[in-house]
Design a protein around this ligand. Structure first.
Ligand SMILES: N[C@@H](CCC(=O)N[C@@H](CS)C(=O)NCC(=O)O)C(=O)O
Ligand SMILES: [Fe+2]
Length: 375
């Protein structure tokens, strides 16, 4: 009979990651109308922006071609009539296959950051901030004011840099962007708080905004809406901004299909319904997932239209029944290993990315052991 014991794990922080003690850094001004009339439309790895949709065809090979702009391709962005059109920067974090997004209203230079990553090396238990610092540099270069930081869910595969970014942005822009997540995060915090031995004060009120289902909010002149998309986790939200839905871990790129549903509170029937909700949106809406796990030979691809998802999604095209989907999803989930950073991610993410407090000189996380033989 296997049993599970707990041990604690010391964390190492690289220099700039000790954010509560950060020295003040010079504030940076942002211009009310940035000089951003043209943006690159190639959705390849790294920092990229996308403003226009290119026409889609439906052969399998075309999934890849559709979203890859030719080298040097530039999309002209015009303000005026397009003031309600968000500018989207998709930033891929290679180690965990995570899409991070910065979504901006160029008219007011206001933006949000969605699902930012905190770097963690499990071989040395080191936390570093190079991914988050890249986002900060990009935001400063563009002159954006970050109005909110948005989480789609409590991730179980990577750590969030929301708290770090909030702290740095408060210093840089003189406005502390609230961290938002779905209201059901409280269930997830209670469950995992207990499992990992956290006290309530370590996770209560760490998120500044708990979104209701279908709650709307603004990003400068843009209107955004929180959409409940349970299945992968119960708290899961997508954010609709203009003709785009940042759907977190629900639908993935068509050749990957959908997110796993075997985490506590996950449910394949819920994910089927969430997937359907997305596929019932108008055909031209773009779906931007929280991850990509590209097979060899293709680059990460940040979005697909609802039209293409309906035709091409490997798990949830418009012909798949609930029963077929649930059977397939549950079978596949039985074959998946737990994510590499499961325990570290959950303990940090239910704290909105805050780290455990220093005790006896260390910040400690807990790690359950799998014990083959008892003695
Ligand atoms: N190998 C990755 C697995 C990551 C993973 O489980 N990803 C989740 C989203 S957080 C998922 O839905 N994966 C879908 C799949 O692997 O089919 C890790 O260890 O982190
Ligand atoms: Fe996830």
């Amino acid at each position: 009979m296997k049993s599970v014991k707990s041990i604690t794990h010391g964390l190492q922080l690289a220099g700039s990651a000790r954010w509560p003690q950060l020295a003040a850094i010079p504030s940076v001004g942002y211009s009310p109308m940035p000089n951003a009339t043209s943006i690159t439309a190639s959705p390849r790895r790294g920092l990229h922006s996308r403003a226009i949709a290119r026409p889609c065809t439906h052969s399998r090979d075309a999934i890849f071609a559709t979203h890859q702009a030719p080298p040097g391709y530039q999309a002209q962005y015009t303000t005026g009539a397009a003031t309600k059109v968000p500018t989207i920067h998709n930033i891929f974090e290679n180690v965990t296959g995570t899409w991070q997004y910065i979504v901006a209203d160029l008219f007011t230079s206001t933006a949000v950051i969605i699902d930012p990553v905190l770097d963690y090396d499990p071989t040395t238990q080191s936390i570093t901030t190079q991914s988050a610092d890249k986002l900060l540099s990009f935001v400063q270069e563009k002159g954006y004011k970050i109005e909110r930081i948005l989480e789609t869910h409590a991730h179980a595969d990577h750590l969030t840099s929301s708290s770090y970014l909030q702290s740095r942005l408060a210093q840089i822009q003189g406005h502390k962007p609230p961290i938002g997540i779905g209201k059901r995060i409280e269930q997830v915090q209670t469950l995992f708080g207990k499992r990992y031995g956290l006290t309530k004060d370590e996770y209560n009120h760490v998120f500044d905004k708990l979104f209701d289902d279908d709650e709307t909010f603004s990003i400068g002149n843009l209107t955004a809406k929180a959409i409940h998309l349970p299945g992968h986790t119960p708290d899961h939200l997508g954010y609709q901004i203009g003709d785009n839905v940042f759907c977190g871990d629900s639908l993935f790129h068509a050749d990957i299909g959908t997110a796993r549903c075997d985490f506590p509170g996950g449910d394949a029937t819920d994910l089927f319904q969430s997937g359907r909700k997305l596929l019932e949106l108008p055909d031209d809406i773009k779906i931007w997932p929280g991850h990509d796990y590209p097979p060899d030979g293709r680059e990460p691809i940040p979005w697909m239209s609802v039209r293409d998802q309906k035709k091409l999604n490997k798990h949830l095209g418009d012909k798949v029944s609930k029963k077929e989907f649930v059977g397939m999803r549950n079978e596949r989930d039985k074959t998946l290993n737990a994510p590499r950073l499961l325990h570290q991610s959950l303990q940090v993410n239910i704290r909105a990315g805050r780290l455990p407090k220093v005790e006896e000189g260390f910040r400690m996380l807990r790690l359950p052991l799998k014990v083959a033989v008892e003695w």
